[in-house]
Design a protein around this ligand. Structure first.
Ligand SMILES: NC(=O)c1ccc[n+]([C@@H]2O[C@H](COP(=O)([O-])OP(=O)(O)OC[C@H]3O[C@@H](n4cnc5c(N)ncnc54)[C@H](O)[C@@H]3O)[C@@H](O)[C@H]2O)c1
Ligand SMILES: [Zn+2]
Ligand SMILES: [Zn+2]
Length: 368
């Protein structure tokens, strides 16, 4: 039995109650969660931006301790500490072999809300099957996850900090280090400085960007952005970010790399506008499925030599990037503690969603 936060339908508040878990099947692992971050993508399932079946255990940014392993599991054993990857990465498929673990062919099953074979391991208090987000469902004290969704880490890394590597850090830092091609001395802009955007900012700093322009509508986030490496902040409620960035970049008319980390049509269009000729626009925010763009290919792509690139999970190969990110953290180059605005109990999950809607927090982290 485990206590979990369940979404029963669109726009419903989450309900916290006990669930039953099966033993892990072959190739699966039972993990006792130590912590789970609350990401905007969880809220996006509740409001329908990311369509998933319900009732579902949300949460996809977690870390914990392996409690039990299923048949054939070789990479971890009970007692091991692990970060959970919201993209399973098999290491053997066409994408994984080409260094695109974030596009692993096994990952498609996540839309079913089940395990890799589409079936469920979790039952509600009335005995009916529950879905889980991203094969993980980290808003639960315990979870059954695929072996290829866990990354073993050293036991001395605080699991509360490690949980953030499951999504926000991996995605944001990866967007800057892997998806984008930031060169030493580049000027970059980040639109949206939440839990993911702040990580794109620190990733840009690590990649060697010299000017980092942060755009948000919340003054607290702009303050945090500066702590994470931003050199300039633009409050989008006070100034039009596009003309402000044209003013800042002079004749170059835009930044070398622009990141959109919200998922709105308006801010995606802004990110494309503020990208200089020959520059890159990196789309990280997840828009609603009915958001479409009108692009003039001659002026916005061909004559201007611009690249627009989608970023899924920071274009990361987790088995390599998790240890790399932890090394950066140990050297003091990567901020993790500073991302945690609030530590909460799973019972406070709806308040955490409200705080996120209000733009008040970088990350709320559930501690189990
Ligand atoms: N591509 C991926 O792999 C991936 C992974 C994780 C999250 N995401 C997505 O990234 C996005 C950000 O996630 P998050 O957890 O950082 O969210 P968040 O809610 O913590 O941050 C969003 C930020 O955007 C700001 N904002 C909102 N509207 C704005 C506007 N019009 N102009 C300027 N600023 C505005 C808010 O104040 C807030 O600081 C979401 O869409 C999420 O689904 C994508
Ligand atoms: Zn996320
Ligand atoms: Zn694969």
């Amino acid at each position: 039995m485990a206590k979990a936060a369940i979404l029963s339908g669109l726009e419903q508040p989450l309900e916290v109650r006990d669930i039953e878990l099966e033993a892990p099947h072959a190739g699966e692992v039972k993990v006792r969660l130590a912590a789970s971050g609350v990401c905007h993508s969880d809220l996006s399932v509740q409001n329908g931006t990311i369509p998933l079946p319900t009732p579902i255990v949300l949460g996809h940014e977690g870390a914990g301790v392996v409690e039990e392993i299923g048949e054939g599991v070789t990479t971890v054993k009970p007692g091991d500490h692990v970060v959970l990857s919201y993209v399973p990465q098999c290491g053997n498929c066409y994408s994984c072999k080409r260094g695109q673990g974030y596009m692993c062919e096994k990952a498609g099953a996540a839309v079913t809300g089940g395990m890799l074979d589409g079936t469920s391991r979790v039952k509600d208090s009335d005995g009916s099957n529950l879905f889980v987000m991203a094969h993980l469902g980290t808003f639960s004290e315990t979870s059954i996850v695929p072996e290829i969704s866990v990354v073993k880490i050293d036991n001395d890394v605080p699991l509360k900090l490690a949980s953030l590597l499951g999504c926000g850090v991996q995605t944001g830092v990866g967007a800057a280090l892997n998806t984008a091609d930031i060169k030493e001395g580049d000027t970059v802009a980040i639109i949206g400085c939440g839990g993911v955007g702040l990580n794109a900012i620190q990733g840009a700093r690590i990649a060697g960007a010299s000017e980092i322009i942060a755009v948000d509508q919340n003054e607290t986030k702009l303050q945090m952005a500066k702590e994470f490496g931003a050199t300039t902040g633009i409050n989008a409620t006070e100034k039009d970010p596009v003309s402000a960035i044209f003013d800042l970049t002079g004749d170059r008319a835009g930044v070398d790399v622009a990141f959109e980390v919200i998922g709105l049509q308006k801010t995606i269009e802004q990110a494309m506008q503020i990208t200089r000729r020959g520059g890159e626009t990196i789309l990280v925010g997840v828009p609603r499925l009915d958001v479409n763009l009108t692009i003039n290919p001659a002026f916005q792509l061909v004559y201007t030599g611009k690249t627009v690139k989608g970023c899924w999970y920071g274009s990361s190969n987790v088995q390599q990037s998790v240890p790399m990110l932890l090394d950066l953290w140990k050297k003091g180059d990567l901020k993790l503690e500073e991302l945690i605005s609030r530590t909460i109990s799973v019972n406070d999950i709806n308040e955490a969603f409200e705080a996120m809607k209000g733009g008040e927090v970088a990350r709320s982290v559930i501690e189990y």
